[in-house]
Design a binder for this molecule. Structure first.
Ligand SMILES: Nc1ncnc2c1ncn2[C@@H]1O[C@H](COP(=O)(O)OP(=O)(O)OP(=O)(O)O)[C@@H](O)[C@H]1O
Length: 333
């Protein structure tokens, strides 16, 4: 297996608030190889965006900071790099796209100008070459007439085409890692499938590694090789996608899987997970999922479970994973 492109090692983010310190990302660890697509899954507020913003060192406020851990990119810890050096990595090494392209594309610059400027800010090439690159990128992401469409503004495109334009802009400096934060959540199902297919094509053609943030295991099923499931700031399960979908090893993953539309007969109501995720300021003792867990035992209310190895390429943070998900002798998790 090749070395990791990026690795989060015990990555921890703290936010100082007037009422005390919150920890939205708590000792998160995972590794991603070149060309791999990893899904980062969990309900709203579980810490997915904050984890990825920490990787890019784009934490949202002055109060939020990396409090512990490492972000190893191509073998080098970048968690404490000076901002000037970090700026040189954003674009050429790693880039991020978001759910709502309209708030990330400039409304008063043409799509072509935005991509061209992104190229010129990092590379010493002529404007004509940068514009040629922009046209080529638009073609790669599915614009049918890229030369002409370079001169259009974001508002002239549909939601799906705006998302494609944001992907083109993110790829302007040929990054090795793309972080996609819920890139298809605002799109209808058909366009969502097209954008996921585009991400897969880009990965196949360029070897791009992708972290795909989503709350939807259906998206993971279609796209990813590996998955990390987050709950209340922690990773509670990590696995290859096929293993996880075949047999989850954490009750939270199991609950997420039961609430997928695909697992429910047509016309039935979708089961939701009972209860709410805890507020970061009021985390329960023991396992953070125990108040919502149908398999909770007294031990789970007292003991904070570590994320432990649970078979090949797998880890679970459930104290009971072996009792609950016992495999037949010789079975594979
Ligand atoms: N500036 C802030 N001050 C205090 N808490 C914050 C701040 N920004 C985020 N949080 C909290 O950090 C936690 C993690 O948020 P994050 O956006 O990473 O979650 P998420 O899993 O990406 O959710 P979503 O899918 O809704 O974006 C949440 O509980 C959120 O309320």
């Amino acid at each position: 297996m090749s070395a990791a492109l990026i690795e989060a090692q015990d990555l921890t983010v703290d936010i100082e608030t007037r009422s005390g310190r919150l920890r939205p990302v708590d000792h998160v660890s995972f590794a991603l190889r070149a060309g791999e697509i990893m899904g980062l899954v969990g309900e709203s507020g579980s810490g997915k965006s904050m984890t990825c913003r920490a990787l890019m060192r784009l934490l949202p406020s002055r109060q939020a900071r990396i409090a512990a851990g490492r972000v190893v990119f191509e073998g080098r810890d970048i968690a404490a790099l000076p901002e000037s050096e970090m700026r040189a990595l954003r674009g050429p090494k790693m880039a991020m796209i978001f759910q709502n392209p309209s708030s990330h594309l400039d409304p008063v610059m043409t799509i072509g100008e935005q991509i061209t400027e992104a190229v010129l800010s990092h590379e010493k090439i002529g404007r004509k070459a940068a514009r040629d690159r922009a046209a080529d990128l638009l073609r790669q992401v599915g614009f049918p007439d890229p030369r002409r469409q370079l001169d259009a503004y974001a508002h002239q495109f549909s939601g799906g085409m705006r998302q494609r334009a944001m992907i083109a802009a993110a790829l302007a400096c040929r990054p090795q890692l793309l972080i996609a934060d819920e890139p298809t959540t605002a799109l209808d199902v058909t366009v969502q499938a097209q954008i996921l297919r585009l991400l897969l094509d880009l990965r196949d053609r360029t070897g791009l590694a992708i972290i795909l943030i989503t709350h939807d295991l259906g998206v993971v099923a279609q796209t990813c090789e590996s998955v990390a499931v987050m709950y209340a700031g922690r990773i509670v399960e990590r696995a290859r996608k096929t293993d996880l979908l075949r047999r989850p090893l954490h009750p939270y993953t199991e609950a997420l899987m039961r609430s997928r539309p695909e697992s429910v007969p047509l016309g039935s109501l979708l089961p939701s997970i009972e209860g709410q995720p805890p507020a970061l300021s009021q985390l329960p003792p023991g396992c953070r999922f125990h108040p919502r867990c149908p398999h909770c035992r007294p031990l789970c209310r007292e003991t904070d479970p570590a994320l432990v190895g649970a078979g090949k390429d797998r880890a679970s943070a459930c104290l009971r994973w072996e009792d609950l998900y016992a495999l037949p002798a010789g079975g594979r998790a």
